[in-house]
Design a protein around this ligand. Sequence first.
Ligand SMILES: [Zn+2]
Length: 523
Amino acid sequence: MNQRMLCALAAVTVSAPGCLTGQQARERGASAITEEDFAQRVGVIAHDSMGGRATPSRGLELTAAWIAAELSDMGLRGGAPDGSFVQRYPLRAVAVDAAGSSLRTGSGTGGQTASLSYGPDILPLAPSRASGEVTGQLVLVSGSTDPERALRGAAVRGKHAVLVAPGSEAGVDRTGFSLAIAIRRAGAASVLVTNASDDDRWRATVPAALEPEVETAWGGASVPAEPFRPLLQVRTSSLESLLAGTGVDLAALQRRATGEVRVDAVDGWTLTLTQRLDTRSISAPNVVGIVDGSDPVLRDEYVVFSAHMDHLGIGGPDESGDSIFNGADDDASGTVAVMEVAQAVASLAMAPRRSMIFLLVSGEERGLWGSEYYADNPSVPVDRIVAGLNADMVGRNWPDTIVAIGKEHSDLGATLERVNGAHPEIGMTAIDDLWPEERFYFRSDHHNFARKGVPILFFFNGTHDDYHGLDDEPERIDAEKAARIARLLFHLGVDIANADARPRWHPESYERIVTDRGGAGPR
Ligand SMILES: [Zn+2]
């Protein structure tokens, strides 16, 4: 028998030499949560090498693998339904199949045959989930003012409309885009906006334009297919070669850029546009670890700690050339808070009476995907989860307070006040929701537990200038403050896990949030 087991035994009988009392052990667990640890872990998760942890991405996978290894090292057991540390949820990636899509000349083109390809010549102008094939006459639209008049009647209806845009080398601008929308609304079979970018700029546009749209692939919640009305951009140079021999003077049409909109038919020319989609099954990770409870009965009940490890990924560069959304506060800070609590709980000689689940989800920024999947596919029966404590953004703003959202909905509010009052040494006061009008209760992962009937508290320091910005960097995290919040969460979690009775909803809140979801607000 090792010292830890010996002390665990002693804790339920008499004190033994070399063993701490329960209270001492708890204080020691809490004090193991340090500013240095906190800063170091935020530095790993929010490091540039994690690439902003978009769902899905390689950086997210690296983050999940690292967190799983950390939880394992701390002595937790895998808490995914299959007993591992990682629960994967299914996603679908839908992209235009460039190889199977093209724009071709057909009959009535004076014997000419030509074909434009997706990638080198054509790109979607807006994300498209439509596939199909349509043959129609070619018309050229030029000018920019008073489009309603020119687009009336059958001017573009059922036709492939090429919008000869104001010839900017920077690609399609806002005027071009809104004209394209107007042409589509007027019934065009497709709209192709000319893009006069040079080779380098066009090539730089290709990956993002052909990037797949990712959607969830469980629960039958598929995005409905759109009608097949593609909105595309076509390279001006590619269009010139397609139109060779038609007598169309593209340069002259470009010079009409500021004039009245005009529609010119290219007599006898029909084109066939084929667009195919490529749909792939992929997945993304949640990380789950469990510390088993010590009470033979209550260990079948669980307190869940959660935070989201994902963020926004990589975007366009700012003036300094930074393009990575590090998400240090959102939500590396909450993720690390959950990890720190896990470490402190796992270090206790005797585990709390109830079991504890430490859940780091992904897909939060895409629409609470990971927590929705976990709540629908939990590793333990959801009615055995007695409380959810979620941390999303706990590393910035006021040094001595943290907002706790949801206090008014269950007796977790009173428990929090009691725990907070019992630990003045932490120097952290949990205060009421400062922004009820923002309805944050419904806007992060905890809500997926609340709607299943699990009472929750949501710890949140509010937004700031760097929220969802490129400057949400690890250097800006107040790790000293965040470590104190983690200590408060540790004490709160242990108190909930050790209480004789599980937390209870206030009846009117249960009515509003759990029973009558329709009245509760947006999901
Ligand atoms: Zn967040």
